[in-house]
Design a protein around this ligand. Structure first.
Ligand code: PMP
Length: 438
């Protein structure tokens, strides 16, 4: 890999050195460090609309959008006003509040869930949904797909065991084998692997959890009918189908990924998980689903689940303001901006002779630097990470902050206007040349 131009950013460099002295890797979530691309992560001082400003005063068009939440861009005036008013009323009471009810109603209106429970992170949402599924079914086995990320839940930080339909092994030190020995990890989009797992363990399977449309190995659309097939096979075996929409919820479309295939095909998940957009940039997430399942939760049912800051009034106010403003026009705008960026990126990469594949789910997309369409984790792993690192740094140097990893969705917002999109388009040809030279 040639030496990358990682930019002259003395203030970020200095903060990064201080951060590394007191925080592992200098970051509070690993992908924020530039480990996959090299160099210094930019420390952001402020953000407005589609723009990030770092502590050195550099401006970037933001294609991370906080890894999904900022559907309306940064510091949206109406969201900000709602949040400021909420803060003025006090920040946490540990009692029920009105904004929680309103946000729950907004989620119930947009999705097939009948009841929701709020938590503070996507990890808590999937962890709690799995506990509830196990409590409801009285069974223990969980199926997940390789390349789908559901947060850092012990049982889900698992890698496939050797051979199809054998139990998983821990995906990281610190997870005991006993936490993954009831997890089956299958290849995504592979119906026969799912059939085989249900054939072998059908009466032990509590739930199957999947990203409604994976975005955590880059965007990998479910094959036609795949989610419907999963819902059906779970139903036939008395297992619950958990659709994780932490990333896609209220982002891939107004009704999330479910609005793209669930509603049209006529299936509904038993449980769903949400986060990111529904928290409007605050720590808020949720799980929800069929009323008879949700009624098994404490305090009405026996399955325990709780949280000091769950349903926090500031966070739920931010989420509610965001969902109220997330109109059809917002999704149309993001979709159109995404189309413009996708085709310009593809043109630039083609002109530079860089093999690539553009994949989308609704308004979400990513660009894999590889030869073949990507259907699963093995396919995603063929992406050329050195070429992506060069592409990433060329974009950054031209004022565009992409995700610092080749396996991520690129996120846009309704605030990405012509100036922001033009900045991206202007940077692409040089970045494509940099990728070609890597
Ligand atoms: N599920 C999915 C699909 C996600 O994308 C994420 C976060 N990227 C999570 C769960 C975990 O959410 P959090 O980071 O809020 O714990």
């Amino acid at each position: 890999m040639p030496t990358l131009d990682t930019g002259h950013v003395p203030a970020s460099d200095a903060l990064f050195a201080r951060a590394r002295a007191v925080t592992p890797g200098g970051v509070n979530s690993p992908v924020r460090a530039f480990n996959a691309v090299g160099g210094t992560p930019r420390f952001i001082r402020e953000a407005k609309g589609p723009w990030l400003t770092d502590v050195d005063g550099n401006r970037y068009v933001d294609l991370i959008c906080s890894w999904g939440p900022m559907l309306l861009g940064h510091a949206h005036p109406e969201v900000q006003a709602a949040v400021q008013a909420a803060v003025a009323r006090g920040t946490s009471y540990g009692t029920p509040t009105e904004p929680e009810v309103e946000l729950a109603e907004a989620i119930v209106r947009r999705t097939p869930v009948e009841e929701v429970r709020f938590v503070s992170s996507g990890t808590e949402a999937t962890m709690s949904a799995i506990r509830l599924a196990r409590g409801f079914t009285g069974r223990d086995v969980v199926i997940k797909f390789a390349g789908c990320y559901h947060g850092h839940v012990d049982a889900l930080l698992a890698s496939a065991g050797s051979g199809l339909a054998t139990f998983a092994v821990p995906g990281t030190p610190g997870v005991p084998a006993s936490s993954t020995e009831l997890t089956l990890v299958l290849p995504y989009n592979d119906r026969s692997a799912v059939d085989k797992a249900f054939e072998e363990y059908g009466d032990r399977i509590a739930c199957l959890i999947t990203e409604a449309a994976p975005g955590n190995m880059g965007v990998v659309p479910p094959a036609d009918g795949f989610n419907g097939f999963l819902a059906d096979i779970c139903r036939r075996h008395g297992a619950l189908f958990i659709s994780d929409e932490v990333m896609t919820g209220f982002r891939a479309s107004r009704e999330g990924a479910w609005g793209l295939d669930g509603r049209p095909e006529g299936w509904t998940p038993d449980l769903m998980t949400f986060g990111k957009v529904m928290g409007g940039g605050f720590p808020a997430a949720a799980f929800g689903g069929r009323a008879d399942i949700m009624q098994r939760l404490s305090p009405v049912g026996p399955v325990y689940q709780a949280g000091t800051l769950s349903g926090n009034p500031v966070a739920t106010t931010a989420g509610l303001a965001t969902l109220r403003l997330a109109t059809d026009e917002v999704y149309a705008h993001i979709g159109a901006a995404a189309d413009t960026v996708k085709s310009a990126a593809s043109e630039a990469l083609t002109a530079a002779g860089v093999p690539h594949v553009v994949q989308s789910v609704g308004t979400m997309f990513s660009i894999f630097l590889t030869e073949q369409p990507v259907a699963d984790f093995a396919g995603a792993s063929t992406t050329d990470v050195a070429a992506y690192a060069a592409f990433f740094h060329a974009m950054l140097g031209r004022g565009v902050y992409l995700p610092p990893s080749a396996y991520e969705a690129w996120f846009l917002s309704s605030a990405h206007d012509d100036e922001a999109v033009d900045t991206i388009l202007a940077a692409l040809p040089d970045a494509a040349q940099a990728a070609a030279a890597a």
